[in-house]
Design a protein around this ligand. Sequence first.
Ligand SMILES: Nc1ncnc2c1ncn2[C@@H]1O[C@H](COP(=O)(O)OP(=O)(O)OP(=O)(O)O)[C@@H](O)[C@H]1O
Length: 297
Amino acid sequence: MSAIVEVRRLNKSFGSVAALSDVNFRLEPGKIYGLLGRNGAGKTTLMHLLTAQNFATSGEIRVFGEEPYENEKVLSRICFIKESQKYPDTFRVKDVFQAASEIFANWDWEFAYSLAEDFRLPLNRLVKKLSRGMLSSVGIVVGLASRAPLTIFDEPYLGLDAVARSLFYDRLIEDYGENPRTVILSTHLIDEVSKLLEHVLVIDGGKLILDEETDELRGRAYSVAGPADKVEAFAKGKRVIHREPFGGLTSASILGSGTGTDREEAARSGLEIAPVSLQQLIVHLTRTDRPSGQGRE
Ligand SMILES: Nc1ncnc2c1ncn2[C@@H]1O[C@H](COP(=O)(O)OP(=O)(O)OP(=O)(O)O)[C@@H](O)[C@H]1O
């Protein structure tokens, strides 16, 4: 299958700061990717390179099989929604939609209007007079209604309340079902989006430390919950990556797939075994107190 994005030996430095170091990956068509990592990891830098908003120091980038730089054919098929998007002062919400409709071949006005209603966006209001959350909603509507073959959301929901965020996830998943495309979602709200993500890329200190299907990743750890003393007895000798006490109970996240013997032991102790949260796994993989080079376990 031909890749939507192919990145080889990609490096980007800003002076002495190596924002990206030897990054290699491919993105397949029709998948939702999570691009995750801590502050300053290199996510925005990578998205800027993919969308030709900056030049790589070295390495290769192919988007739809071609170099993206000054390549209208490629760039017209990418919709990049970023937190800090600026609009002309005179633009009303409907002007943003009009401009987007002229850029993106698959733009769907009906969908845009229905999303604007869902997000309670006043079409005639000047964009500069919108609240922070409403401004984020404008970006989300553009990102969804453009139906660009490669849609990239970089922390798209600054100021958005939980209801609006959940609306975004619902509309994205519904529309993606009917109109498959490749989506990259970069966010710190990992648990919120974990159900959407089919594949996860994690960057840490400019290096790609994880490139894995979400389901496989979830199989790398499990959580066990019950009375604190029983959980501790079960966890003894195992690699605990997170502990969360609640009342007299504890939940511990443990590395490993949880063998049949583990499960029998947990059942005998009356402990509940469940899949681990994606967020806990990623936090574990990107913690600074881990010895270096342990990203790929
Ligand atoms: N224009 C620039 N000039 C100098 N350094 C930069 C520039 N842009 C990014 N950097 C540095 O590159 C590194 C990666 O930054 P980047 O913005 O890509 O991180 P990020 O993963 O998007 O972070 P966040 O989650 O906080 O948005 C950081 O150390 C940052 O300070």
